[in-house]
Design a protein around this ligand. Structure first.
Ligand SMILES: NC(=O)c1ccc[n+]([C@@H]2O[C@H](COP(=O)([O-])OP(=O)(O)OC[C@H]3O[C@@H](n4cnc5c(N)ncnc54)[C@H](O)[C@@H]3O)[C@@H](O)[C@H]2O)c1
Length: 274
């Protein structure tokens, strides 16, 4: 078992991850499993979710996959009940299932707007409420919500995506205030650019992949493990006094604004040359 196991103190905890059949969800589940947590994996795509569970079990972790559409209150309630009955009360919840769809606001239909919001924002609310109840009863627990730097910086031509992610940040802050007195923390991780099935099509074009890496101060896009590490920290007691925060994990990409301004006499020099 990984050394993080003792430092994070997550061994034996029941951790629920939504969208666990996808890129980030799978890596987040893996990070929590390496820290000894017992995983409940939710996704509307059961075969992908089962694949994640099988991979975790071969690594010696306990993992149960459940089909659950986070937009459906009955599905969510059934998953929460089954978790409590078969495994025990949820102690860590990672709200991660999300969608990205192209579309300019000017022509976005109400149906498209509602579809995205129902997964990316209302889904987070429904799952937080159903599993959060189990945490409130025990007066302990940690919620981590995956938002995006698109929640801080408007991402054009992406329909309701940025709006939904900004909403997630405020939902988390509100939960931090309402549930903090009961010992339940709520925080956000905002990833920058990451290669997952959601974004894979861009990275299959070599020039696009190169340009994406080139605009990040660290000169690479994130691995899914980069994000999973931050989630594991926020889920753990090592972040026991962190509540209502939004941790950006973007290699510094959100800080590039002033570096874009032409300023003669202030050109970049190779730091190695002194
Ligand atoms: N990939 C990136 O560059 C990036 C950057 C910032 C934030 N994010 C966010 O990270 C999260 C995970 O994204 P990803 O890149 O792993 O995407 P992904 O498409 O690989 O995975 C998303 C998963 O969510 C599941 N899902 C979708 N709708 C669902 C529903 N209604 N109910 C249950 N499950 C559902 C899908 O089946 C899929 O397994 C999303 O919230 C996304 O907005 C991704």
């Amino acid at each position: 078992m990984a050394q993080t196991d003792t430092w994070l103190g997550l061994a034996g905890r029941i951790a629920v991850v939504t969208g666990a059949g996808g890129g980030l969800g799978r890596a987040i589940a893996g990070g929590l499993a390496d820290a000894g947590a017992r995983l409940v994996l939710l996704d509307r795509d059961l075969p992908s979710c089962e694949e994640t569970a099988a991979a975790l079990r071969t690594r010696g972790a306990a993992a149960t996959a459940m089909r659950c559409d986070v937009t459906d209150p009955e599905d969510v309630a059934a998953a929460a009940d089954r978790t409590a009955r078969d495994l025990g009360a949820c102690q860590v919840l990672v709200n991660n299932a999300g969608l990205l769809r192209p579309g300019p606001i000017a022509t976005l239909t109400l149906e498209e707007w509602n579809r995205l919001m129902s997964v990316n924002l209302t889904g987070y609310f429904l799952v937080a409420k159903a599993f959060g109840r189990q945490m409130l009863e025990r007066k302990a627990g940690a919620l981590v919500h995956v938002a995006s730097i698109a929640g801080r910086h408007p991402q054009p031509w992406s329909g309701a995506y940025s709006v939904s992610k900004a909403g997630v940040v405020m939902l988390s802050q509100q939960l931090a205030l309402e549930w903090g007195p009961s010992g339940v923390r709520s925080n956000v991780v905002s990833p920058g650019l990451v290669r997952t099935p959601m974004t894979d099509a861009y990275y299959r074009i070599p020039e696009v992949a190169e340009r994406r890496a080139g605009i990040v101060p660290l000169r690479r896009v994130a691995t899914t493990g980069d994000i999973a590490d931050v989630v594991a920290f926020l889920a753990s007691d090592r972040a026991g006094y962190v509540n209502g925060e939004d941790v950006c994990c973007d290699g510094g990409f959100g800080r590039v604004l002033m570096g874009l301004v032409p300023r003669p006499g202030f050109e970049a020099r190779d730091p190695a040359e002194g």
